[in-house]
Write a protein that binds this ligand. Structure first.
Ligand code: NOJ
Length: 772
């Protein structure tokens, strides 16, 4: 009922939101339609700029974060003086309205503010982290998350979101792995594109849409050693082939904003990189929206060693193409002087201010500054009201995001009878199930695994819970996790006492479900790990539980691939649940009891150990590739460990089984401007209905440069009833065959291409064709 009510409010909230999120679609949604012409916008903005003082223009370039350093009263005064362009970190209509009133009633030119926030995987309703959403490989699920997030954000008065985050990463030590869509360029580009289309809707100015700001431009996910904020050094070929396409896809979908990354690229910080922000972004990609520096990035140019002092940092940033400065006082302090002395031209300030005014125009703010606020008196009485959540959709997407990694002897699904021991520090944690960057989500509203299991079994089975261990026994780590919020409860009992209690619980149960992994703060900004195993406290617990001889199911909660070699041997079944959001506990129960048949696939390779990093499926072959079936010494491999990932990219099990036929090519040859299709028939050979993801990979066998052993170029999620089969065809055209060659030309080259189709990146059937 509640959902229907919100639907009626969301006039124009697209029909796809109502369709079951597990239904597969490859249909594009929401082409960007601008309400008025660019000429009308340019004329309006030019006229407005002509009336503005230098200080007012500089004001538009400032993005102020509400916080202890900037109390609301001080901000309201700055707004009145025309010194603020936009605000972030304020998420209630009441607060936002007061600030907008200030701009609209008391500032000289009455230029509306825009309001932004990190709506990365939900606003009020928290959906799975992006890495989890990517695991669904379901385009409809992305659209659902994007539409609902935009709806809830706009209902809170917001106009812009700092999303999607599309940084490719192949280093799971990086804590921000959790915020992105994984290691693959094509999958991430698809997810980013769909997220922009869904959040911005037909028009970011619409009542229930928000403008996106794709981040972090560029290549932030490739920081050295996974150390946050570190340097990136990369060949231009790899940068443009693997790391740039997702940003480009988001911009082609119409993203109005770009957040600039904190790292340097080949020695130049992104924030001072005019090649990146002007030559590539503006000149080659024709971007017309705003560039926003990340938090404090302009100041950081001094520490990067490319600016001598704060004034110099401002000069460098503006000249490099940073329009809006996030959260520092430098633009207002130093830009007026820089313009007066001629070191920054007024034209450069005009250009930046124009970009800001352009996006405000596109947000519809000059037509109605209150469009996302509604009339006075319409603000929700309780911003945290349960009725504002979209629980059914959150549950549906969450269960789709889970990946079954192991299921020995059909341990899963569990029966809803007997006694189940539910163990682990994450089993009853409301905070952790939501994940990091959980926006305006309310911890108390999330469902833990304990609650979810109890909801599912009612009085049919008994669930007995024991914590078993703290997330970590290392006070250094728990203190780190509790630095800014009391995020982790540390049980003061001894580790042994907790394990003993858990073992006793397990002994009187039929099966053990242990919920283990990372606290949400371990997979966040500034949360780089040098060791990506489950913390020792929990490994001790798992070992003790294993000793009981009871069937052992591990439910993993984590925001990055973990090294799970030991656990893979110990557990009978492993379910990767990521951080699954507000409805996480119910969704996990759905999968554990078989009310939903798992269909997720990994968007990142899981290494066996941290020493294998970086490990990714689309590597080059090298001159001496290692062949596990015929190992040879002088080949590229580790001699002290098994090679290859523990679980490969694209992998995930189901409670049913599928077969894939040989690959059928529509033609053995393809013309340069032509296309062909590759098809397989997929059959559900098991007893249950289920969904899986059919994956297409290509390889350019011989080219002027070494090309990856395979690259994902298409996928389709399909649902098959037991015994049902379906033929899936992928169209291949010349665009999918192109790459950046040694002279940085984007070309396809004639020759043989291998075509691989399968249900993960390793178990594939092969075809080939000749590009003429
Ligand atoms: C810093 C983060 O790097 C960025 O992703 C985020 O959007 C901003 N802070 C604002 O919270």
């Amino acid at each position: 009922m509640k959902w229907l009510c919100s639907l009626s409010l969301v006039a124009g909230l697209i029909a796809t939101t109502l369709s079951p999120v597990h239904a597969d679609t490859t249909q594009p949604v929401h082409p960007m339609v601008k309400p008025q012409s660019t000429q009308a916008r340019d004329a309006f903005v030019t006229d407005l700029l002509s009336k503005m003082t230098l200080d007012e223009k500089i004001g538009q370039m400032r993005l102020i974060s509400v916080g202890p350093d900037n109390p609301k009263e001080a901000i309201r005064e700055m707004i009145k003086q025309g010194q603020v362009g936009a605000i972030f970190n304020t998420v209630t209509r009441q607060d936002i309205r007061k600030m907008q009133d200030q701009a609209m009633q008391l500032s000289r030119l009455k230029i509306p503010l825009f309001f932004a926030y990190d709506v990365v995987h939900g606003q009020r309703t928290v959906f799975p982290i992006s890495l989890g959403l990517a695991s669904s490989w379901d385009r409809n699920a992305v659209t659902t998350v994007g539409r609902i997030s935009a709806y809830e954000a706009s209902e809170d008065g917001l106009n812009m979101t700092w999303a999607p985050m599309v940084d490719i990463t192949r280093d799971p030590r990086w804590g921000r792995t959790s915020e992105g869509f994984g290691e693959d360029t094509y999958l991430t580009s698809e997810m980013g594109r769909l997220m922009v289309e869904a959040m911005q809707g037909n028009n970011p100015a619409d009542r229930n849409s928000v403008m996106t700001s794709v981040k972090h431009f560029a290549a932030y996910g490739a920081v050295e050693g996974g150390r946050d904020y570190n340097s990136v050094d990369m060949s231009p070929q790899r940068l443009f082939q693997d790391y740039m396409p997702p940003y480009k896809a988001a911009l082609d979908a119409g993203s109005g904003g770009v957040m600039v990354s904190l790292n340097s690229i080949n020695g130049t910080p992104a924030t001072s990189n005019s090649w990146l922000l002007k030559d590539v972004l503006r000149d080659e990609w024709n971007f017309k929206g705003i560039t926003i520096s990340d938090h404090g990035a302009i100041k950081e140019l001094i520490k990067h060693g490319v600016a001598s002092d704060p004034e110099d940092a401002v000069r460098v940033a503006v000249k490099s193409g940073i329009d809006m400065s996030m959260s520092d006082e430098y633009y207002s302090k130093y830009l007026p002087g820089l313009v007066k002395s001629g070191r920054v031209s007024e034209k450069e300030v005009d250009d930046a201010a124009r970009h800001v005014l352009n996006v405000k125009y596109d947000m519809g703010l000059f037509t109605n500054a209150y469009s996302h606020l509604g009339p006075v008196g319409s603000d929700p009485v309780d911003t945290n009201a349960e009725s504002r959540l979209h629980r059914p959709e959150a549950r549906s997407v969450a269960r789709e995001s889970m990946v079954l990694l192991k299921n020995r002897l059909d341990t899963l699904p569990l029966k809803k009878s007997g006694t189940i021991a539910l163990i682990g520090p994450l089993a009853d944690s409301k905070r952790d199930v939501m994940g990091s960057w959980s926006a305006a989500g309310v911890v108390d509203q999330s469902i833990t695994v304990l609650q979810g299991l109890r909801n599912a079994v009612g009085d049919k089975a008994q669930i007995i819970y024991a914590k078993g261990a703290n997330v970590s026994n290392d006070p250094g780590i728990t203190d780190f996790l509790n630095l800014y919020e009391k995020a982790v409860n540390v049980d003061t009992r001894s580790p042994q006492a907790m394990i003993d209690e858990a073992v006793a619980t397990a002994k009187i149960s039929d099966v053990i479900v242990a919920v283990v992994g990372e606290a949400q703060g371990m997979a966040h900004e500034a949360s780089t790990r040098s060791d990506i195993t489950i913390p020792q406290s929990q490994r001790d617990l798992i070992a003790a539980l294993k000793q009981t001889g009871k069937p052992l199911v591990l439910v993993l909660m984590n925001g990055r691939p973990l090294a799970l070699e030991k656990e893979d041997q110990q557990a009978d079944a492993i379910l990767e649940s990521w951080f699954s959001g507000t409805e996480g506990g119910n969704a996990i129960a759905d999968v554990l009891f078989g009310d939903y048949n798992p269909s997720g696939k990994l968007p990142m390779s899981f290494p066996r150990s941290v020493g294998q990093i970086p490990i990714y499926y689309s590597h080059l072959n090298t001159g001496r590739p290692y062949n596990p079936e015929k190992p040879e010494k002088y080949t590229s491999h580790y001699y002290d460990a098994a090679n290859g990932p523990l679980y490969p990219f694209g992998y995930g099990l189901s409670y049913t089984t599928f077969s894939v036929s040989d690959v059928k090519m529509s033609s053995p040859v393809m013309k340069r401007d032509g296309s062909l299709t590759a098809s397989v028939t997929v059959k559900n050979t098991g007893k249950r209905d289920g969904a899986t993801v059919v994956q297409l990979y290509l390889q350019d066998k011989t080219a002027s440069m070494s090309r990856p052993v395979k690259e994902l170029k298409g996928f389709e999620k399909i649902t098959l009833k037991s015994g049902e089969q379906k033929t899936i065809s992928f169209k291949i055209d010349a665009d999918q065959l192109k790459f950046w060659n040694a002279s940085m030309k984007y070309v396809s080259e004639p020759g043989t291409f291998n075509v691989f189709i399968g249900l993960d990146s390793q178990r594939v059937n092969q075809g080939e064709f000749e590009l003429l």
